[in-house]
Design a protein around this ligand. Structure first.
Ligand code: GDP
Length: 414
């Protein structure tokens, strides 16, 4: 993934994780303080204390989701149009099995794994099935009796693919011609997808099943991001009847027009200008081969299948650039915006509760001060009273002594 696009999501993820780290500390500290207030004085009641504790769990849950957050891209199209090949080409490695006999009959999700190992996990199981190579993975997938809407997760070492390192998750689907239960598919696998890629066979026109699938997607999701890849464009270039480049250009412009109409007039998910940036003519097989050659240190054109390789290769790269831009922006918007507004509402709630408690404490303190003042006044009054009494007593005693003395001396004189 290019520096700038990659940065948007990765940086935003780091930033929001840091902010939530601070919120978590703050929530912990506040809860301790609130607990102390609850046991020391009866300023905070049980319900309030419990509410504060619920914030600790809320924030912890958001942090967990945040750490798991990734950018998800889902691939659709008829069987054999080249979905697995496109994913492999983007990952620059043959990860998903492709070709006859290896049709994907369930959803396959490829995601990065921090450890150096590759393994797969079936839905509803924690068992890690080791995968050493692509053949083994293909066999493992074939042997599994999986329903078409179930999910197999393939964990692939992050260090082997930059897109996986950048938290992109790829979902390959069974062909849209296979399933009658598109609703289930969408509900189970698509609602949290950031980008959809429709992989078409450039040698034929878009089928009803392919169209219908995206109609349902756009009914369930507001303005889904859809890219259309007219794959196998190398095969068209190889067709003897298209050896005339003008004819090939004509076919290309017809396909382009149909795809743009589909996105703008039928699905209404983008305007003409946006749609024009979403339609590409590529060869996944060629791109994958070129990249495998490049990995060996060879020039990419060693992977060429037909004339015009360079243009198709550029077009694939152009697709990747636009795709990265789109996925990164969309993921930041849909995921982080939601988390930050939740974070804002938690801290807002806490703040108003703390304001409330502070107000109560102030009233309580003023009350205590008033009581203290009253007591001091009383003590002072008593002290004055006592002083007066003491002075009076002293006087009385003094007078009494004088009187007694006078009486005694008088008696003695008599
Ligand atoms: P999927 O069923 O949609 O996942 O299709 P696969 O990726 O398994 O591809 C089916 C077959 O088409 C495989 O034999 C691929 O090698 C081949 N294929 C895929 N993409 C291209 C392409 O761009 N050009 C050509 N000539 N063959 C392709």
């Amino acid at each position: 993934m290019s520096e700038s696009n990659n940065q948007v999501f990765v940086r935003a993820k780091k930033k929001i994780n840091d902010i939530y780290g601070e919120i978590e500390e703050y929530v912990h500290e506040t809860t301790q303080f609130i607990n102390a207030l609850h046991s020391d004085a009866e300023i905070v009641d049980k319900a309030e204390r419990e509410l504060f504790e619920s914030y600790v769990y809320k924030v912890a849950a958001i942090r967990e989701v945040l750490q798991r957050d990734h950018m998800k891209v889902a691939f659709f199209g008829r069987t054999s149009n080249g979905k697995s090949s496109v994913i492999n080409a983007m990952l620059r490695e043959k990860i998903l099995p492709s070709g006859i006999g290896h049709t994907t009959n369930c959803f396959c999700q490829v995601e990065g794994n921090d450890g150096g190992e590759a393994y797969l996990m079936k839905e509803g199981s924690d068992e890690k099935l080791n995968v050493v190579n692509i053949k083994q993975l293909a066999n493992a997938l074939c042997q599994e009796k999986l329903s078409e809407s179930s999910l197999v997760r393939i964990f692939w070492p992050r260090e082997r693919c930059s897109l996986l390192r950048d938290d992109v998750v790829f979902v390959d689907s069974p062909g849209v011609d296979v399933s009658a239960n598109l609703d289930d598919w969408i509900d189970n696998h698509c609602l949290n997808a950031d980008v959809f890629v429709l992989v078409l066979n450039a040698e034929s026109t878009m089928t009803r099943a392919e169209k219908q699938f995206f109609h349902t997607v756009s009914q369930k999701l507001s303005k889904p991001n859809i890219f259309i890849l007219n794959n196998r464009w190398d095969a068209s270039a190889n067709e003897p009847e298209f050896q005339e480049s003008e004819l090939l250009a004509k076919v290309k412009s017809q396909h382009t027009e149909r795809c743009i109409d589909f996105l703008t007039k039928e699905l209404k998910v983008s305007n003409e200008k946006e749609a024009a940036e979403r339609v590409f003519f590529v060869s996944a097989r060629e791109t994958l081969q070129a990249r495998l050659e490049e990995a060996k240190g060879n020039p990419p054109h060693l992977g060429a299948i037909a004339d015009g390789f360079q243009i198709r290769y550029f077009e694939f790269q152009d697709f990747e650039r636009k795709f990265e831009e789109c996925i990164s922006q969309s993921a930041v918007k849909t995921k982080f915006q939601q988390h930050s507004s939740r974070g804002k509402s938690v801290s807002g709630d806490m703040r108003s509760m703390l304001d409330n408690i502070y107000e109560r404490i102030t009233i309580f303190r003023n009350l205590k001060q008033d009581q203290k003042n009253l007591l001091t006044e009383r003590i002072q009054g008593t002290e004055t009273q006592m002083m007066q009494v003491t002075r009076e007593m002293k006087m009385k005693i003094h007078n009494m002594v004088e009187e007694v003395e006078e009486k005694v001396s008088k008696a003695l004189n008599e």
